[in-house]
Design a protein around this ligand. Sequence first.
Ligand SMILES: [Zn+2]
Length: 444
Amino acid sequence: MNKLKMLAAAALAAAMLPVFPTYNAEATDTEDSSLRCDVNGDLTIGAADMVMLSRYLLGAQGITAAEAERADCNGDGTVDAFDLVGLREQYVYNCSHIPQGTWIAEDMSGTRYFWFDENREGTFTRCDNGTLTPFRLTSTGGKLTFALSSGAPTGAAISWTDDTHFSLKWDGAGLENFRYVSDVRFDKGPYLSGTYVIDGREKEISFGTNYSASLSGKSFNVLPQRDAVWFLYDDGTSEAASFSRTDKNHFALKWQDGRTANFTRREITVKDGITYVNGILVANKTYSLPSTYDPKGLTPEFSKAFTEMKNAAADDGIGLTICSGYRSYSYQKQLYEKYVAVDGKAAADTYSARAGHSEHQTGLAADINAAEEWFIGTPEAKWLDKNCWKYGFIIRYPEEKQDITGYIYEPWHVRYLGKENAKLVHDSGLTLEEYLGIDSKYAY
Ligand SMILES: [Zn+2]
């Protein structure tokens, strides 16, 4: 954790300063550039600028108003010999300073993170896809040359604004502005994208492209490292936390002060009234199916997987049969109303679903052997519990999870998720609701 100990305080706050004009890809010339000391406006500070300013000061050459504005190196409102001194100093500074540490770079095509080490090796990462490219750096006379493992080296003129800002004018391309982030190494860390819920189901954070994120309407940058993530807030504060991934949908962060948070990916999409979370169709007390949703039976995927499971169970001397499979919306409606008439609504809600809320309507769930209390603890129930995930199923309503799933323990009720998802849910030890970061509660 020591390597995460700090972030240069100036980094984010300094990023707010309007150091360079926004690079405008539409511009046909550099008339609007206000790069300090860049007299001729070619986005680099070099000998040409010194020659031009000298000639102007000697009365040998006129300059335009825009050129005069840029030539006012010290910003005192006049163009004089002090500006030439400033220009020379700037040029010398540019020639003698090589960036180190982690920098965020912005150009018209997006954001990149650069890492420069003390041996002039480094990496850059395209923030829209997390691709990391190593480079070797050489420098001569204010010009940096980036050699990649393949292809021709690319050169860029460097112009420093202050210790935490510089720009590169790439050969034959535009200007890229850099701001300092940290002296800790930026390397290929976790590339986060998508929407996650934090510790339960309430707080939602979304990781966008460009290593951006937003939480409760506030946006900030995210800086991944090998086993850590930095959160760089717009007010200049930051915090780093070590990162550990549980599976493709879950990770945890631990801060230095001991705080931890668990992140659960939760991408909810609704199509034709059907809710999918991370691509998994969900029917529970929170999410219902429309009355028109009718697969007219158990799906072929379910049936195929069940046959496979049934045969494997038979080899172990265990007999499995489906005692209740698909139920239509209208059948579930009758069933639920019958239970309400007998036991009352509150009791019925613990073991029977309201119409539209039953997993049996999905065609992806079934009760095995007997939906009765005596089934609990039988060899068949034990076999199912231990093995069903291998065939793409989960025990949907585990023991002592009623507060989360909304249903009492039902060792007979299996839900088909496909082998990959069933294994992930099984290995997590979580209910489907916990695994997906969702609720199962009637709204009324
Ligand atoms: Zn059932």
